[in-house]
Design a protein around this ligand. Sequence first.
Ligand code: OXT
Ligand code: ADP
Ligand code: MG
Length: 582
Amino acid sequence: MTNALAAQTQDATAEDAAARDLTDGFHLIIDALKLNGLNTIYGVPGIPITDFGRMAQAEGMRVISFRHEQNAGNAAAIAGFLTKKPGICLTVSAPGFLNGLTALAHATTNCWPMILISGSSEREIVDLQQGDYEEMDQLAIAKPLCKAAYRILHAEDIGIGVARAIRAAVSGRPGGVYLDLPAKLFGQVMDAAAGEKSLVKVIDPAPAQLPGADAVARALDVLKGAKRPLIILGKGAAYAQADESVRAFVERSGIPYLPMSMAKGLLPDDHPLSAGAARSLVLKESDVVVMVGARLNWLLSHGKGKQWGAEPKKFVQIDIEPKEMDSNVEIAAPLVGDIGSVLDSLLAGMGAGWQKPNPEWTDTIRDKVDGNVAKMAPRLMNNNSPMDYHGALGRLKTIIAERPDAILVNEGANTLDFARSIINMSKPRKRLDVGTWGVMGVGMGSAIAAAVETGHPVLAIEGDSAFGFSGMEVETICRYNLPICVVIFNNNGIYRGTDSNENGDGDPATTVFVPDARYDMMMQAFGGVGVNATTPDELARAVNEAMDSGKPTLINAVIDPTAGTESGRIGNLNPQSVVKKK
Ligand code: OXT
Ligand code: ADP
Ligand code: MG
């Protein structure tokens, strides 16, 4: 070895040693996330977080790069719902942050844990409003739209900052948390040993919350006095992963249950106590209603009005959030606690002498369910071309029944409402949809997170409008080769494809799209499988093939443009104009 080379080698070793003793913001954030079992990031790269994404990937994290932050955020939100751990979304400053913020607000509204981590510009310049690159006071903007918002300014605070974010996201009522990381933080250097010591592994992030004995006794008293009791299961019950307790409570009590949309499958939809196909009847006729992780919001007409019948009802409500009680109507027996603990306490209190409801009540419900199911059955068999919702969904119902582990993603208006009532779910957390806001655009993000988090095949049933909000992510699906089959219910528009513009200026009506578009070709553009299906049989063949092969697939399902109705089943929420047309 020449002297010069030996000297060079020595320098390099000294440098390596020095480097080994130091760490920086980049690595501390990665280490803090990994220490807490958060190993997947959904995001879009760019200044100042490009290198962070690269390093996270190099350090063994799964980093899924999207085409738009809102979709990455929706993926993180649904990852939170599926795993009970905060889903992580990573965005660049100002515009990227704002793109992710809708998803953070969506996660908060739905009570799902998520952390939006965003890079931000230089504090000194932002605070003096001197016009930095992508300048924005992101922390202030995020605060009203999420459960908690924090900023970390110093590398030694990263451990505590990440721990705070995790605890805020998952404890109590889960929700979205914003974590602001100014660009300068990433490069801050500190001693590696001190850095390691500064990290925090969050112990018991969502502690069990037991209800008081008096609250349990009160609830059981109310239930014992019921003649026509009903259980409503909400997506909080699905989130809680207390599946055995939910099943035991329903079956031991013998009380019929109504699943909210994302609670379908907690018990199989064809369970003898399911009142899903007798919704109107049970809401109207029940006298005592036990809410389990469901809110009395717009989806349940706020617990009052015509839908709930003339007789006053008594509500028992199980929720982790005390403020939820009495939010819309009086709650006769509030049970504040986590669903598993509360249901187990109720089960213990029911004892051996528990009286199941009078068969007159359960038989009436059974008759209604059987009647409604029988009425729908023949419509699901049709092989019409162009397809209607029933013919197409009838085939997809069979496919989901044959593949109980597959995850169903669903958005649209008619596409959503018909699929919800037609397709039975048989396992918990297998149905992912538009949630509390009825928001379009969650489809591809949800599908990607479902595939990434569970490894199971995903069937995404999408209205053509709904799909358009996140459609570019088909490239992401192909890039990561995910087992996702997207079926677009293409009826040429929003609700129907038949509207015309009464102005006569030649512009299309506001609710219609390019007729007979071939969405399948979008998938082909990125190397996936694209199929145009014009009959239910063709559709079934293509979906079965996709679910068997696991290849990224998009099926353009040609639906009769006249088949849908305005706003699906919630047309009543549209305001009406009193001005007569000229
Ligand atoms: O008991 P009764 O007799 O009443 O019968 C009920 C059940 O008992 C029975 N049933 C059954 N019968 C037989 N067999 C079985 N298995 C069975 N199961 C049930 O069926 C009926 C109905 O049951 P269901 O569904 O349980 O009950 P119901 O009464 O519908 O429940 C009430 C609700 C409120 C709980 C329910 O309707 C619900 O969950 N609704 C959610 C609705 C929703 O969120 N919709 C999405 C929003 S609409 C609109 O806003 C859209 N936009 C605007 C927009 C949005 N949203 N977001 C953003 C970011 N920008 C803009 C847009 C752009 S939708 C939309 C696009 C639409 O176009 P697409 O092309 O995407 O879609 P298409 O419409 O297909 O064209
Ligand atoms: P749905 O739309 O299905 O009716 P909501 O989102 O309205 O459901 O309600 C979910 C409820 O579940 C929220 O009020 C939330 O506080 C509650 N919740 C979430 N997780 C838990 C849990 N582990 N234990 C008890 N309640 C929970
Ligand atoms: Mg449509």
